[in-house]
Design a protein around this ligand. Structure first.
Ligand SMILES: [Zn+2]
Length: 111
């Protein structure tokens, strides 16, 4: 657990950048989750496809931005990943096909 917490802390910067890149929107197809905080910023979480506890790394290709509901469904649901690389993650989650494009526009923030 300590290791998991340390990894999450170390990756805080990447996590916040990913949320910015996707404009604080859940990346699961057709999700319209809207949980604004007191500043009007939509609440989202960054999920590891391969869990940190199973040595999944906090790198592009293993991280997606999800609403809390889809995050839990990813963790608990019947999941089958077909493709996972730095550009795309696709698979089946509880019988629903999904394809998430990871080709973010990195250039606008990293100068
Ligand atoms: Zn969602």
């Amino acid at each position: 657990m300590q290791v998991v917490e340390r990894i999450i802390r170390d990756d805080r910067k990447l996590v916040s950048l990913l949320k910015e890149y996707v404009d604080y929107k859940c990346q699961f197809p057709d999700c319209d989750s809207h949980i604004p905080d007191e500043n009007g910023v939509n609440y989202v979480e960054v999920a590891h496809i391969k869990a940190v506890a199973k040595e999944g790394k906090s790198v592009i290709g293993n991280l997606i931005v999800l609403c809390p509901n889809h995050h839990k469904e990813f963790d608990l649901g019947a999941r089958n990943i077909f493709t996972q690389n730095t550009e795309i993650i696709s698979g089946l989650l509880n019988g629903k096909n999904f394809e998430i494009n990871l080709a973010y526009n990195y250039s606008y923030k990293i100068k």
